[in-house]
Design a protein around this ligand. Structure first.
Ligand SMILES: C[C@H](C[C@H]1O[C@@H](n2cnc3c(N)ncnc32)[C@H](O)[C@@H]1O)NC(=O)c1cc(-c2ccc(F)cc2)cc(O)c1O
Ligand SMILES: [Mg+2]
Length: 214
């Protein structure tokens, strides 16, 4: 049977990265996607911006929407302090299965809770299921037309506190126009755009960092 791209990405990790070394897992995926097959990871250029935001916040509770193969999950989790928790939602079971193995290869299972399911179903259950009060950081990287409804849902569910940071990938390409319009015009957020490029390409893309004002 034909392998899938996520399976070939996992094979590249298991072949080229050192078990328990998250940095080598990130490098193996970036090398694979740059030189072998493009894949929709946040990538190394936007990944450095992600790293700086995570390091600045030093979050205890992180939510990632859209795990895919776990590249940004590993990038974030490798920077978290001990006892910090990253919950990542992925509704495609095949992608989730690959991501679990990538996260395990990096040795980060203790810090990561991968939940298989749709963000719209799980966001309202975060408090009761995982004992979360609020998230310090949310990384939005799932269907681009879900960024806005899920942000409103997180507000309604009381998952954001004064100072919570939303970091959104792909606000230019593929683009999230309704989310950008809302978050940039809302008095409840302070937003800043970090110009970059679509992963592994010269096409413009960027990250929008928005701080909730409560
Ligand atoms: C959406 C995907 C990422 C993953 O998100 C999961 N997902 C979805 N909706 C939900 C939910 N509601 N709940 C849980 N998980 C969920 C899915 O299954 C994918 O695995 N990401 C992208 O499509 C994406 C696409 C591009 C891209 C850019 C230029 C092109 F020419 C082609 C593609 C770049 C990127 O950087 C992306 O991030
Ligand atoms: Mg993305």
């Amino acid at each position: 049977t034909q392998s899938t791209r996520p399976q070939r990405l996992l094979n590249a990790v298991q072949k080229n990265a050192t078990r328990g070394d998250p940095r080598s897992v990130v490098k193996a995926i970036d090398d694979f996607c740059r030189h072998k097959e493009w894949a929709m990871n946040v990538g190394d250029e936007k990944g450095c911006i992600l790293d700086s935001v995570v390091s600045e916040i030093n979050p205890a509770a992180v939510l990632e929407l859209g795990t895919y193969c776990g590249y940004s999950t590993v990038r974030i989790a490798r920077l978290l302090p001990p006892h910090a928790k990253l919950i990542t939602l992925e509704f495609n079971p095949d992608f989730a299965a690959i991501a679990r193995q990538v996260i395990a290869w990096a040795g980060l299972e203790e810090k990561v809770q991968l939940v298989e399911g749709a963000s719209g179903d799980w966001i309202p259950k975060m408090k009761e299921q995982f004992g979360i009060t609020t998230f310090d950081l949310v990384f939005l990287d799932h269907w681009k037309d879900r960024y806005l409804p899920d942000t409103k849902l997180m507000e309604e569910c009381g998952l954001l506190r004064k100072g919570s940071v939303l970091l959104a990938d792909n606000v230019i390409c593929p683009g999230t126009p309704d989310y950008l319009e809302y978050i940039r015009s809302s008095p409840r957020y302070e937003s800043r755009y970090f110009k970059s490029h679509l992963e592994y390409t010269k096409v413009e893309d960027g990250l929008e960092k928005s701080v909730f004002k409560g």
